[in-house]
Write a protein that binds this ligand. Structure first.
Ligand code: HEC
Ligand code: HEC
Length: 341
């Protein structure tokens, strides 16, 4: 089984043994105190039990996620670019600032409902949740660490060996255990308690304006931003450019037909994850709607459904913004289980 399409070849092999177990359609179960599949969600891609490795793995993963000592110079943690108050997106800049003030290539997306993601990154270059953390840990623009040095560091720490023992039954730390624990934490961040969810489960009503927005959304947007996860996980070109500084999906497939295509992002908590698009070029939701309505740029790979623009009236834009705001999950933002320890 292949779990990664780019990043560090050497480590990839080590990971396969215990890790790769995407869901083959069996019913998931409640596997930890933290992760529960919401009743109105489809089954997740990963067997939750194995991603979750119990709540112990979650706690260890949380410590690692927020520990800046995991970066080469001890200054940057996962949480530096993925902040809970912004649904684990980076709100501070279009392109995130990593180690030594280096600028990352793309905008840091929100991290919610990752257990449902078949692919990660804007170009889908990583396709397993447990391999995912290698990229930021080693990327020279993010944390720029070396996995074997990281293992040594954690092994010499006064607290970590005992914590690994609690979860994995041995004080011996290796890169696979580090990745499993981080996967347990990030895979447990589930956003399912927004006003829109309460509407779907019959616990709340939408206002007339929000309802209008929902209807427009279903007609104009949900062919790509579909279902409760608000994405179909396909790769599309939504008309930002005529030539592509970032080849997007084609970086991975080397296929001309994928030039300028990026993963359709989930719109959960979207009112808090600005700036928008793979490079954070659009500051506000209103401007995103202006883009779809009046700003679509022609190119060979532009999605057919957007070729003529979506021609939204100002009133339709108001309604859409009101609907998009119902996707904010305030419970998640304040959920102390995910706070920095
Ligand atoms: C310097 C900022 C920065 C740091 C630190 C960072 N990330 Fe990210 N993260 C990003 C950016 C930028 C992307 C998008 C990269 C891309 O698509 O090429 C991303 C993407 C991701 C994704 C994919 C989300 C999706 O929608 O596909 C996950 C998961 C993730 N990061 C987890 C982590 C974890 C875990 C850590 C710590 C080990 C971490 N990140 C550290 C900036 C950062
Ligand atoms: C043809 C598929 C498609 C349709 C239709 C579509 N989108 Fe998108 N949307 C995308 C893709 C692909 C991206 C990411 C593009 C990129 O960053 O290069 C995106 C990005 C976004 C973003 C930015 C999210 C973020 O986290 O950066 C918002 C907001 C958004 N779309 C809202 C909408 C709304 C509202 C509609 C309907 C008016 C809509 N989209 C219609 C494919 C689509």
């Amino acid at each position: 089984m292949i779990c990664v399409e780019r990043t560090v070849g050497l480590f990839v092999l080590l990971l396969f043994a215990a890790a790769c177990s995407k869901n083959d359609g069996q019913e998931p179960s409640k596997a930890s105190d933290v992760f529960e599949v919401p009743a109105h969600f489809p089954p997740p891609v990963y067997h939750v039990g194995e991603v979750g490795i119990g709540s112990g793995g979650f706690e260890l993963g949380k410590r690692l996620f927020y520990d800046s000592r995991l970066s080469r110079d001890g200054t940057i943690s996962c949480g530096s670019c993925h902040a809970q108050v912004h649904a684990f997106a980076d709100h501070s800049s279009a392109l995130s600032v990593g180690i030594d003030g280096n600028i990352s290539k793309r905008n840091a997306p929100a991290l919610t409902n990752l257990a449902w993601y078949p692919d990660f990154m804007w170009d889908g270059g990583i396709n397993h949740i447990e391999v995912m953390p290698i990229a930021p840990l080693t990327d020279p623009n993010e944390m720029d660490n070396d996995l074997s040095e990281l293992v040594n560091y954690l092994q010499q720490n006064t607290a970590y060996p005992d914590e690994f023992e609690e979860v994995f039954g041995s004080k011996q730390i290796d890169s696979q255990k580090i990745l499993l624990a981080i996967a347990a934490f990030q895979g447990s961040i589930v956003s399912y308690r927004s006003k829109y969810d309460d509407y779907l489960t019959g616990q709340s009503q939408l206002s007339a304006l929000e309802m209008d927005g929902k209807n427009i959304f279903e007609a104009q947007c949900s062919s790509c931003h579909s279902g409760v996860l608000l994405t179909d996980f396909s790769f599309r070109n939504n008309g930002l450019d005529s030539t592509f500084a970032d080849a997007g999906r084609a970086t991975i497939t080397q296929n001309e037909a994928d030039m300028g295509k990026f993963k359709v992002p989930s719109l959960r908590n979207v009112s808090l994850t600005n700036p928008y698009m793979h490079d954070g070029r659009i500051p506000t939701l209103r401007q995103v709607l202006d883009h779809y309505s009046e700003g679509i740029v022609e190119s060979k790979t532009l999605d057919e459904s957007l070729r003529d623009g979506l021609a939204l009236t100002e009133a339709e834009k108001d309604a859409l913004v009101a609907f998009l705001q119902t996707l904010t999950d305030y419970e998640l933002l304040g959920d102390s289980r995910f706070h920095e320890p």
